[in-house]
Write a protein that binds this ligand. Structure first.
Ligand code: ADP
Ligand code: MG
Length: 256
């Protein structure tokens, strides 16, 4: 029997795509390291498992529709002193997603809200949680369209399939009455079922103005804040740092 060819054929047929291209190397390693049967079997199957997890992760990251891919490793915690690095690293374990809690990042533009939201979304995906990223504006457009086409329930159900929903940039554009209503329906539907990450450049006190109606803003905040952790980021925009580095601004500019 031509061992390698046969094995390649069988592993392909079984869709063991991690093992298939490396069979020869595996066999050589096994001989060299003198692995016993159990060890050999464990190592190749474990490698297959890792390959599958990685593939699933990559595909879930694509379907999450992040605006960019950034991780916690590339976040400079020294630059943003108001952020508790330990707390964010704890969030990376995604226990809060398992509990159905929410995280809300508040702060001015450029301080890393979207970066952290994406990074935590990727961590949640790694732990197996279906995640979806959408800007508040895109969400409203999607919900309003579904509503006008009599498909709101279906759309809400689809969005709620994600165990973690990230809604970015609440407050850049005010909601109209219908928008606030649709947003409330989404929040009420997800309440105590799925987790949210929200980002906003506006403090909670201004959310009445964002939603154009104090009553609905209170109803939304009531549900959002019930099981939530707010991370207030204060400090300079990271974009400013990059401009300073590039020599586009003088140091005095940051002190104004
Ligand atoms: P925000 O959403 O708060 O407006 P972003 O998360 O979009 O800000 O950050 C703006 C840019 O600066 C992004 O490219 C982001 O990756 C980067 N950035 C922000 N804060 C940091 C940081 N502390 N370390 C590394 N990169 C950062
Ligand atoms: Mg942002």
């Amino acid at each position: 029997m031509n061992n390698i060819t046969e094995l390649e054929h069988v592993t392909h047929a079984l869709k063991l795509t991690g093992i298939a291209p490396r069979i020869e190397t595996w066999l050589q390693d096994a001989a060299k390291q003198e692995w016993d049967y159990a060890e050999f079997l464990f190592r190749i199957l474990n490698d297959e498992l890792d390959t599958r997890k990685e593939k699933r992760c990559e595909s879930s990251i694509r379907t999450a529709r992040f605006p960019f891919i950034k991780t916690l490793n590339s976040f400079d915690f020294d630059y943003q002193k108001s952020i508790d690095a330990k707390q964010i690293k704890e969030f990376a374990k995604a226990r809060w997603v398992a509990n159905g809690d929410n995280i809300i990042f508040l702060g001015p533009p450029g301080v890393g809200k979207t970066h952290l939201a994406v990074a935590l979304g990727i961590e949640a995906i790694k732990q197996g949680y279906k995640t979806l990223f959408i800007t508040a504006q895109a969400l409203l457009t999607t919900l309003a369209k579904a509503h006008s086409e009599n498909r709101l329930d279906e759309k809400l159900k689809y969005i709620c399939q994600a165990k973690l929903l990230i809604i970015d940039e609440i407050g850049y554009i005010p909601f109209d009455r219908q928008g606030a209503n649709l947003f409330f329906q989404l929040i009420a539907k997800r309440y105590e079922k799925g987790s949210l990450i929200l980002t906003s450049n506006q403090p909670y006190a201004s959310w009445g103005d964002i939603f154009g109606d104090r009553v609905i803003a209170t109803a939304i905040l009531d549900r959002l804040l019930h099981h939530s952790i707010t991370v207030n980021i204060k400090g300079d925009s990271y974009r400013l740092k990059e401009k300073l580095k590039a020599g586009l601004l003088s140091k005095n500019h940051t002190q104004q």
